[in-house]
Design a protein. Sequence first.
Length: 425
Amino acid sequence: MRDSAWIGIDFGTSGCRICAIDLSGNIIAQTKQNLPAAPPPYPSPKQQSYYLFEALTDLVKQIPEFAIDSISIDATSGSAMLCDPQGNPLSEMLMYNDQPASLASEKIAEKAPINSAAHSPSSGLAKLLYFQLTLALPEKYYLLHQADWLAIQLGATPGMTDYNNALKSGFDVVANHWPSWLKSITPMSVLPTVVAPGTVIGKLSEAVMLELGIKQSVPPLIKAGTTDSLAAFIAAGANRVGEGVTSLGSTLVLKLICKTPVFDAQTGVYSHKLGNRWLCGGASNTGGAVLRHFFTDEQLITLSQKIDLKQSPPVYYPLLKPGERFPIADPNYPPQMLPRSAEDHLFLHGLLAGIASIEKTGYQYLQQLSATPLTSIRSVGGGAKNPVWTQLRQSLLQVPFESVEQTEATYGSALLARDGLTLFQ
């Protein structure tokens, strides 16, 4: 009897990352397949399948002594395409940041409730309507998200998705069904069946196992995945009500585990579902992209060391251009980074403190709207590695900061393959 392994796949904007874990959660193998660098376009659906198989083949070679139990895939949220009932592509994949669908988004705005995540011109639903307007389509076809397409390549049933990916395509995660207002803008038959992340949606075929070099009598299961941000959240280890996760990447993203969902258009708060828990959160336009606009990574390290946290920093609202999403939803909200301090380390102090202040305000809104006290914070993303910024944030937020061992989305997908959503019951 061979020990079991569970595989998580994270297919993102720059590459395909894969890891395998054992029963104890230890990483036993990992690999990465880089995608071609800019310029665009992003690889086609068929090319994405090629890179997926290249990376998986490499990983399988690393674990010949393990039997693969199941596989789960996360990918970019809001990326969508169409396929026929057999899983053959009927369109290119429009990525999460593609917005060719202004007319479609206007149509959605007329029908969708104000708090629906489908309103954005980059939403999965906007892309579906764009395809319907521009392509000659057969009678039967399905909307797919990127994670759905990749799962089909391994043997998953076409026409299935998870409720995290389906959120931006108009799925009502509270009522757990496609809402009736969709009937007026699209045939309901093209919308996929929606299941919980971690649900079995297929198994690897003999042909796929042969191509990947998997030698075992029982085929690995394919389990429904999630979005990249949700997989990273799962990896961080937060699973109890009141625990928050702050992502200090290019943007500032906050998530708080709650018992009930919250949707509030005025503050940019929305909710994702994970088992019997809800993640209420929001994404600000502030974050690391502002810092990197003014300083290199090396400068951020050296200037941070010069900051005296006993001094009062200048008061800033760091944005690169007008417009904010959370905790203020205002497309014209102005940046505030003047006057600029004469010394760079004082200017950086103001930027770091400004982002931390936005984080504090964001968590205050999340707590008020969800009636859920914040009990702890886990920090992920590049900014979490800055000890001075961490100390500044801790003094401002006044809650315990928990250590984080894993932050990669691929690890979260591996946990999803192993546990489903049992940790969120």
